[in-house]
Ligand binder design. Structure first.
Ligand SMILES: [Cu+2]
Length: 176
C-alpha cells in the first residue's frame, strides 16, 4: 500500500506541472503560440538568406520601436488586470523597410521593471532571430532584408498582444 505522504507528494507534483503549463489569464490560444527559444541568437546561415542582422554598421534608414505599457498593475483598473493580465504593445506595430536597405531598428524598453524580447518569424512561423529587449535600455540592430514580403515579430513573453509586422518593399533603384 502506498503511504499517504508519498501519495500527497505525487498530487503536489502533478499540481505543480499543471500550474506550469496552464496559460496565464487572457493569454493566447495555445495553437498560435510560438515556442520560446532557450537562448538569444541572430539569424544563422539559412536565415541570413532572408535577413542579415548585425549590431553595428551603416544604416540607410532608422526606426525606433517602443515597448508601450497598455494596461499595467501600477495604473490599470484591477478588473482589467485580472481579466487580461498586464498588457503591452510594440509601437509602431507595422514597419516598412526596403529590400537590401540596411535599416537600424532601435528598441526602447520604456518599462523600468519588465523584460521584453523580439522574435522575428518567417512565413512558416519559424524563428529567424531572438533577442532580449532589457528594461530601460536602447538596443539597436541593423536589419537588411533580402526577401520581400510580410514578416511577423513578437515579444514571446507577452502574447498575443505584443506583436507586429515588418513589410519588406522592393529595393530602391539607386542612381549610378
Ligand atoms: Cu514583452
Amino acid at each position: 500500500m502506498v503511504k499517504p505522504t508519498v501519495k500527497f507528494r505525487i498530487v503536489i507534483s502533478i499540481f505543480s506541472i499543471l500550474c506550469a503549463v496552464a496559460p496565464a489569464p487572457g493569454s493566447a490560444t495555445p495553437a498560435l503560440k510560438t515556442a520560446k527559444p532557450s537562448r538569444y541568437y541572430l539569424p544563422g546561415v539559412q536565415a541570413s538568406k532572408i535577413v542579415t542582422v548585425t549590431r553595428t554598421g551603416n544604416a540607410a534608414a532608422e526606426v525606433t520601436l517602443l515597448t508601450e505599457a497598455v494596461a499595467v498593475k501600477e495604473s490599470a483598473p484591477a478588473a482589467t488586470i485580472s481579466h487580461f493580465g498586464e498588457v503591452y504593445s510594440y509601437s509602431p506595430s507595422l514597419i516598412a523597410v526596403h529590400r537590401e536597405e540596411p535599416t537600424m531598428i532601435t528598441f526602447w524598453n520604456l518599462q523600468p521593471d519588465d523584460d521584453h524580447d523580439f522574435a522575428l518569424l518567417d512565413r512558416k512561423s519559424q524563428v529567424l532571430m531572438y533577442v532580449d529587449v532589457p528594461p530601460l535600455k536602447k538596443t539597436s540592430y541593423i536589419f537588411t532584408f533580402h526577401q520581400e514580403g510580410l514578416f511577423d515579430f513578437k515579444c514571446l513573453q507577452h502574447q498575443p498582444e505584443m506583436s507586429g509586422q515588418i513589410i519588406v518593399l522592393p529595393a530602391i533603384a539607386r542612381a549610378r
